[in-house]
Structures are given as structure tokens and as C-alpha cells.
Design a protein around this ligand. Structure first.
Ligand code: GLU
Length: 303
């Protein structure tokens, strides 16, 4: 029996217009939370100043509203929450698990075995054991990024859709970056701090982030935070089998809006989700009584 009210979240990265894949995750995150009578919060993941723009944030909110997806309270901007991330970072620093990494991008690639499940290379930890003297010397010419030292430990959790999933952090992931050399806090740290601070109990997102969950669960433990439940959705693929990306302009919301109404788009997605028998127009609100995790597909599919 669930003791606490579900609180779900939208966590878009405002680095461009939303595409069909974002709509898919947003619709299902909203349906899951709202069909359980739960709350829904909005966080704009605008940490990267080079990629994110206020106009994209405004557009994301207009697009969610256009689709008929609502949220509670005011939107949260990660760019305004640096102090919270700094505090969490400091807490980890006090636990002695953080170290400066002076590797350049080229060195990082050379220092890595390319077999992490999300396609990113596993860092071999070459900066983990530098002496104080070596650090001083290197910091004369380079500003370090900061990594967290991960244990040889299997982190396992039960995903709402994918079932049991685990990763050995040292083997499958490696020491990962919590703060970039330009001072920007990394997604992995910010997401953990924010989900806890915003009272999020349920994280529904694309399965491209499945392999991030063990890292996030481990960080939650280090920071003494509770674990939300996770549901990782299958990805929508482009007709040639690739993952959808922002460059797939035809499936970007601006283009889609020229051809379809919100109800038509939601109808397509609801049918793909197995919630309806036909791809007929329907609103998110009308879908609420039809939502169930059991109906959702587990495999990636072409839209
Ligand atoms: N901001 C991320 C994205 O748009 C989602 C992060 C998350 O859901 O944890 O891909």
C-alpha cells in the first residue's frame, strides 16, 4: 500500500524545441502521477549556460500547456539553485569521496575503456591518486573538474517498467564528474538534490537515462536523501531506427503543430502506449482513467 502521495515531475532541458520523444515522456509522467491523484512539478534543467535559453524555457511551458499538461506551483530553474548544489557538493567533499581531475578531454578519452552501458567511456581513475604536490603543479595551468570516487558496489533497483536493473559503479560507470572545470554542477548531482528538494517521489523518463539511476540512487544514499521510484520508458526511434534527436526537425513540436492538433498528437502517443485501441484524438485528461503501467510497451519502437 502506498503511504505517500505520488509527486511526479517534468524535467526538460531547454536547449531547443521539444520533439515527439519529449512529448512521450512528459505525457506518460503526467498520466502516471495525475491518475494516482498525485502532484506534478516542473523543473527546467537549464544548468548549461552555453545551450540553454530563457526563450526555450518559455516555449517548453507553452508547449506543455498546449498539450494539456499542467503542473503545480511555480517552475523551478536549475540555474538559480547553485547554492543548493554547492551545499551538497560540500557534504560529499567532507566525506572524502571527491577529487579534482585535471584530464583534458583528449586525455579523458585515452584514459577510458569504452564500454559503459550508455555508450560513454569508463574513466580509469588516473587523477584519483595524485599527490598534493602533483595537484598543486597541475592546478597552475589547468582548472580541474571534480569527480566522485565510486565503490566496487552493485546498485540494484526495481524499475516500474524495466524490472530489476543494476550496475556495478566501479566497473560499469567509473568515477563520474559532479562539477565541470568551468564550475557548472553536473546533471547527476543537480537532479538528485532537486528531486529530493522538490518532494518528487516518482521519476518517469526515457530509458536513455536508465543507466543514470544507479548513480543517482548511490548519491541519494551518500546525501541521506530518500529514493524516488523510477519508471524508464522505451524510446521513440526515427524511421531509420536511430534515437530521436533535436536534429530530427520533422518530429519537432513546431513542425508537428503545423499538421496536428494537440488531441491528435496525444491520440497517437496514447495508442503507441497501448492505452487506447485506435489512434483517435483524445486529451490527456480523458486518458487518466485508461492509464496503467501494465499496458505500456517495454521495447523501443519506431513512431
Ligand atoms: N533533462 C533531462 C532531459 O531532458 C531529463 C533528466 C531526468 O529526467 O532526470 O533529457
Amino acid at each position: 500500500m502506498r503511504m505517500n502521495r505520488v509527486v511526479g515531475r517534468f524535467a526538460p532541458s531547454p536547449s531547443g524545441r521539444m520533439h515527439m520523444g519529449n512529448l512521450w515522456s512528459c505525457l506518460l509522467a503526467w498520466l502516471s502521477a495525475r491518475s494516482a491523484g498525485g502532484g506534478m512539478v516542473l523543473r527546467l534543467e537549464d544548468l548549461d549556460p552555453d545551450r540553454c535559453r530563457q526563450t526555450y524555457c518559455d516555449q517548453v511551458m507553452r508547449d506543455l500547456e498546449w498539450l494539456g499538461l499542467d503542473w503545480d506551483g511555480v517552475p523551478v530553474y536549475q540555474s538559480k539553485r547553485t547554492e543548493l548544489y554547492r551545499q551538497a557538493f560540500q557534504k560529499l567533499e567532507q566525506q572524502g569521496v571527491i577529487y579534482p581531475c585535471f584530464c583534458t578531454r583528449a586525455e579523458r578519452l585515452a584514459a577510458s575503456a569504452p564500454h559503459r552501458s550508455d555508450g560513454v567511456a569508463v574513466y580509469d581513475g588516473r587523477c584519483a591518486n595524485l599527490t598534493a604536490q602533483e595537484r598543486r603543479e597541475l592546478s597552475r595551468t589547468r582548472r580541474p573538474a571534480w569527480r566522485v570516487r565510486v565503490p566496487e558496489q552493485e546498485i540494484i533497483f526495481i524499475d516500474l517498467l524495466q524490472g530489476g536493473f543494476g550496475e556495478n559503479l566501479a566497473r560499469d560507470c567509473g568515477d563520474f564528474i559532479l562539477r565541470r572545470s568551468d564550475g557548472v554542477y553536473a546533471y547527476q548531482l543537480a537532479v538528485v538534490v532537486d528531486d529530493a528538494d522538490m518532494g518528487v517521489t516518482q521519476v518517469v523518463r526515457g530509458s536513455d537515462l536508465l543507466s543514470s539511476a544507479p548513480r543517482q540512487i548511490w548519491l541519494q544514499d551518500l546525501l541521506g536523501l530518500t529514493h524516488p521510484e523510477y519508471g524508464h520508458l522505451p524510446l521513440l526511434l526515427a524511421p531509420d531506427g536511430r534515437r530521436l534527436a533535436k536534429r530530427d526537425r520533422d518530429l519537432e513540436l513546431g513542425r508537428l503543430q503545423e499538421k496536428f492538433t494537440a488531441s491528435e498528437l496525444v491520440g497517437h502517443l496514447a495508442f503507441a502506449a497501448g492505452l487506447t485501441d485506435r489512434p483517435d484524438p483524445i486529451t490527456p485528461r480523458e486518458l487518466l482513467p485508461l492509464f496503467s503501467w501494465e499496458k505500456l510497451p517495454k521495447e523501443d519502437f519506431t513512431i
